[in-house]
Design a protein around this ligand. Sequence first.
Ligand code: PLP
Length: 427
Amino acid sequence: MTSNHALFERARQLMPGGVNSPVRAFKSVGGEPFFTARADGPYLWDVEGKRYIDYVGSWGPMIVGHNHPLVRQAVADAIGQGLSFGTPCPAEVTMAETITRLLPSVEMVRMVNSGTEATMAAIRLARGYTGRNKIVKFEGCYHGHGDAFLVKAGSGALTFGVPTSPGVPAGLADLTLTLPYNDLAAAEALFAEQGPDIAGLIIEPVAGNMNCIPPRPGYLAGLRELCTRHGTLLIFDEVMTGFRVALGGAQALYGITPDLSTFGKIIGGGMPVGAYGGRREIMQQIAPSGPVYQAGTLSGNPVAMAAGLAMLELIQTPGFYAEIDRKTRVLTDGLRAIAVELGVPMTTNRVTGMFGLFFTDQTVETFAQATACDTALFNRFFHGMLQRGVYLAPSAFEAGFLSSAHNDDVIGETLRAARDALREARQ
Ligand code: PLP
């Protein structure tokens, strides 16, 4: 039997950091990652046969649990017909019909292969449609690894962007303006100064890449109003929140109509899929009906469409979101009760099937508050949980995810592990 350590040693020789996506390498929490051999329901099993209760869910897609028989069957049926055609296929039309039915703001849609592709295309479209060059993003929000998004604020919110990653040309970073999340006054000030130059404002309507931070009441409505007033397109990046916080995404939950939306994760049922869509007159600017170019060899792949459609079918079961919401509350209430019992300062945030734990006695509504939490305590807690067979996201700045396969017994087992892990982790 091969071991996790032996695999990581081999991987490190051949892949940067031993992984194909950075956070998998456990750099933030320390130690070495495990290698998953198989997954089923709420569980992962590593190559050494150890079982973990999984709160990462492949970073969001696995909302019906791993290896769901109906998703697997749909994929098997699709594979029987061939893997990729390079011509239109019927499942793409069904997918477009499903998305536009579930999200009324999306009148037309384009399928792509990842969330990154979706956000990159949405920004190009916003620029092409408005004829403006600048975009606004929020500190702590992640929109994939496109150059325009790898930018954080300088010392002040109104200053030009500074690239976070070498390789992003300063001339491009200058076009990305960064604002603090959940601060409407800062957005108003920026638009008062630069509104006429701003093509699009892109936001995670519930921030899930600085742990889990919901929008303050009225915040998204305030941004909607600002964008409308200044002729800027409001882009909801629902790669994480889409089909996660509600069937109609965060836009349904908070009653906001964005101009464009981006999707990924759940929409692909575990396959590499993304999508972007929105108002018809804007989407018609996309090639071949319009001049804004975007394309993909494998876009709308029949096997990926089959997986996504099967998952979209399952999440339309009546009561699906109410039950995930209830179970997430049982988990976060249980964790908080344990923290109180042990005298450890801990706050939790949650929106339906998405949650975050913060080691602080403050409520957490901003990026600054999230980054001020005790990350060393989180890292010890993470390893204590891992040792006890519970896999949390390996960073203090990632949201956690529940699936419909996490039943009350699984949550109870998680809470028993948490009591022991937290007792050990506090100092
Ligand atoms: N947007 C958001 C909100 C995300 O959370 C992510 C990935 O985690 C992305 C975009 C990028 O998606 P992908 O990793 O599929 O490129």
